[in-house]
Design a protein around this ligand. Structure first.
Ligand code: URA
Length: 438
């Protein structure tokens, strides 16, 4: 029997706190993607979801329907265990550039789709383009071949992967319906599930520079995404991590690549290294390659100590057409014309280091996009010399500003200084890892 579904009745049902069936959700998503449901009705529905939420069953149905709107990657031709990692977005997040080489050195395949940066958070694809000649526009056959031959491949996300999310996200962005749990869960998880990996490791950020400012909200988001991934038959685990300050010292494309290489060389900032190892260990454990976290961490550390992770990065860069010499000599990466030091006019402990503000300063320098079509400068950005809890003497260097002109460097210095707050008292110690959800 054919039932005619009335869109406004479905909006009423959600507005009044009802739960929608998978068929009803399918009607809404299909209709919105094919244009038979207009923006104004979808906007009203999203706002109803904002106030009334969704059950786990509804969120799963919404995610499945979004996946159906586009292509689903078939990774069956890639041998072995396939893992993927996703971060909810943050400033200075270069973890993929460390994790993919480490895991592929251990035999876990990392066939990854990544995005470009928009707003104050950077994108892996932009960072990778710091390697001269490197291409991320890769056809399906080459993607599979490189995953098999090298162990990891990173391609730009195609428009065919979850087109429903593209359309819905653009509407959410202008209708104050972005920051609602079931819509974030379905948006992120539809893309991760459509990307086809067996293991999904999520890095859910919390703090002033994150989407989820409050820790309890980040844990709830992590729990919902993990539950959904597991219900969809994927091994899914989340690390909730700190984003009260930028991750590591470097923010800006080539500067972040250089810092990732430092970590693969056994150096780099402690928090960044710890987070990379923890995210990696989740994949190693889920893949069944280790029995305990300590064992998994040791295996990953070995890939750094014996140089196999760095060698994987070089192999990957070469396979994607880039200049792999820069992996061993980062001075070959793009360099800014001007590097100025910001000296502290104050003394005391750093008690605030606004990650969003540093991200905005980097956009001002040209490292990030204001709009989708902005052209970015891969060489510019900020290298912090002090982080939360560090003691600073008056006139000590707080940060280096890498800029294309003296004027931009001066402006950057002002903006970066505004991100710092100082106190006489030593702030409490902090851990970058807030917890694991599995
Ligand atoms: N990232 C996404 O991809 N979707 C959201 O809804 C939020 C963050």
């Amino acid at each position: 029997m054919f039932f005619f579904m009335n869109t406004s009745e479905l909006i009423v049902k959600k507005r009044d706190g009802g739960s929608l069936s998978p068929e009803e959700i399918s009607h809404l998503i299909e209709g919105y993607v094919n244009g038979s449901i207009p923006d104004y009705q979808m906007a009203a529905f999203l706002m109803a979801v904002y106030f009334k939420g969704m059950t786990d069953e509804e969120t799963l149905a919404l995610t499945e329907e979004m996946i159906k709107s586009g292509d689903v990657l078939d990774l069956s031709a890639i041998e072995g265990i396939k893992a993927d990692k996703h971060s909810t977005g943050g400033v200075g997040d270069k973890t993929s550039l460390v994790i993919c080489p480490m895991l592929s050195a251990l035999g876990i395949k990392m066939p990854k789709m990544s995005g470009r940066g928009l707003g104050h958070t950077g994108g892996t694809i932009d960072k990778l383009e710091s390697f001269s000649g490197l291409k991320t526009d890769i056809d399906g056959d080459s993607f599979i071949k490189q995953a098999n031959d090298v162990g990891f491949v990173i391609a730009g996300q195609t428009a065919k992967l979850v087109p429903a999310d593209k359309k819905l996200y653009a509407l959410r962005d202008v209708t104050a319906t972005v920051d609602i749990m079931p819509l974030i869960v379905s948006s992120i998880m539809s893309k991760k599930l459509a990307s086809g990996a067996d293991i999904i490791v999520l890095d859910v950020k919390t703090g002033s520079g994150a989407f989820m400012k409050k820790q309890e909200d980040a844990f709830e988001l992590a729990r919902q995404m993990v539950r959904l991934g597991q219900n969809a038959g994927r091994k899914t685990v989340a690390v909730v991590s700190d984003m009260d300050e930028p991750l590591g010292y470097a923010v800006g494309n080539a500067l972040e690549v250089k810092e990732a290489i430092e970590v693969l060389n056994g150096q780099g900032e402690e928090g960044l290294r710890k987070l990379c190892l923890m995210l990696g260990s989740c994949a190693v454990l889920e893949a069944g390659l280790a029995k305990t976290e300590a064992e998994a961490l040791q295996m990953l550390e070995e890939t750094i100590d014996n140089g196999s992770a760095l060698a994987k990065l070089a192999q990957f860069v070469k396979a994607q057409g880039g200049d792999e010499k820069a992996v061993y000599d980062p001075s070959l990466l793009p360099k800014a014309a001007i590097v100025q030091k910001l000296f502290s006019p104050f003394e005391g402990y750093v008690q605030k280091l606004d990650a969003d503000g540093i991200g905005r300063a980097c956009i001002g320098l040209g490292a990030g996009r204001q709009t989708k079509d902005s052209v970015i400068d891969l060489s510019v950005g900020v290298v912090l010399h002090k982080k939360l809890g560090d003691y600073v003497e008056k006139n000590e260097c707080l940060a280096e500003i890498h800029a294309s002109s003296e004027e931009k460097a001066e402006q950057g210095k002002k903006q970066v200084l505004d991100c710092f707050g100082f106190s006489e008292k030593r702030p409490e110690g902090r851990d970058i890892i807030k917890g694991i959800v599995k």
